[in-house]
Design a protein around this ligand. Structure first.
Ligand SMILES: C[S@@+](CC[C@H](N)C(=O)[O-])C[C@H]1O[C@@H](n2cnc3c(N)ncnc32)[C@H](O)[C@@H]1O
Length: 239
């Protein structure tokens, strides 16, 4: 069993998500009481994908957001989902075949080593991926690389609440709900890393700074869900 940790090597992260792919969607629904669906819809609303747009969903996992986005850009747009976990992508591809009218394609690969050309996307989404990359700064540079001038990006991830009560509530939730539920499904090691990865993840302000350093003209972090989650809104400049 791999020992997951924040900012792990990509292969370790891919193995981790290969192991959880079969139960990932069920666990997401159970552990968030279905609320992750709402947060993902908020992320899509912030991205404002238009019909005909080309959107890249980085770290697409089992395809939740890629499917939502494809619904918004069809019939003439397209969504390209990228993930390094073969098992997660297999789930995403299976779900896509149930809605064959959706303009979707998937690429298996490391987000930080993608052979995609610059300025090829109108929009880029990344949900619960930035925290898992070996470098958040490098992840933001990839989003900037992919976006056309004035293109928009949205990053959805956990946030460290600034209010001590919410911060304590988040810790208790992770220790007393997430880990025990994961233990019941024999996935304790896979989920035990979450708390550490959130604790070492860039704060909203730090994400804004990293994004500006990556070349974004606009970078605004919006805490949602009482500050438990965050949406980083990105806009590329003129060139
Ligand atoms: C927590 S899941 C999120 C999946 C999906 N975006 C969602 O919100 O349901 C994180 C995903 O990021 C992928 N991932 C992490 N690091 C990656 C990298 N360097 N390249 C490609 N995929 C990566 C993992 O394989 C995993 O499927």
């Amino acid at each position: 069993m791999p020992q997951p940790f924040a900012q792990a090597e990509p292969d370790t992260v891919f193995r981790l998500f290969d192991q959880t792919a079969g139960t990932y969607d069920l666990l997401n629904d159970l552990l968030s009481l279905g609320l992750h669906r709402l947060w993902k819809r908020q992320a899509v609303a912030l991205l404002q994908p238009r019909s005909g747009a080309r959107i890249v969903d980085l770290c697409c996992g089992t395809g939740d957001l890629a499917l939502l986005l494809a619904e918004r850009v069809r019939p003439h747009g397209c969504v390209i989902g990228v993930d390094g976990s073969a098992a997660a992508l297999a789930q995403a591809r299976r779900r896509a075949t149930e809605q064959p009218w959706l303009p979707l394609e998937f690429i298996h690969g490391d987000v930080l080593a993608l052979p995609l050309p610059p300025a090829m996307a109108d929009g880029v989404m990344m949900a619960y991926g930035l925290r898992n990359l070996s470098s958040a700064a490098a992840g933001l540079r990839v989003i900037r690389h992919l976006l056309r001038p004035h293109g928009r990006g949205v990053v959805l991830d956990f946030n460290r609440p600034s209010h001590p009560l919410w911060a304590q509530a988040q810790r208790s939730y992770l220790q007393q709900v997430v880990v025990p539920v994961a233990r019941m499904l024999d996935l304790e090691a896979e989920y035990a890393y979450l708390e550490r990865s959130i604790a070492t993840f860039a704060t909203g302000l730090q994400q804004e700074t990293l994004a500006r350093q990556a070349g974004f003209a606009v970078a605004r972090h919006h805490p949602i869900a009482g500050g438990l989650m965050g949406l980083l809104e990105l806009t590329a400049g003129r060139s």
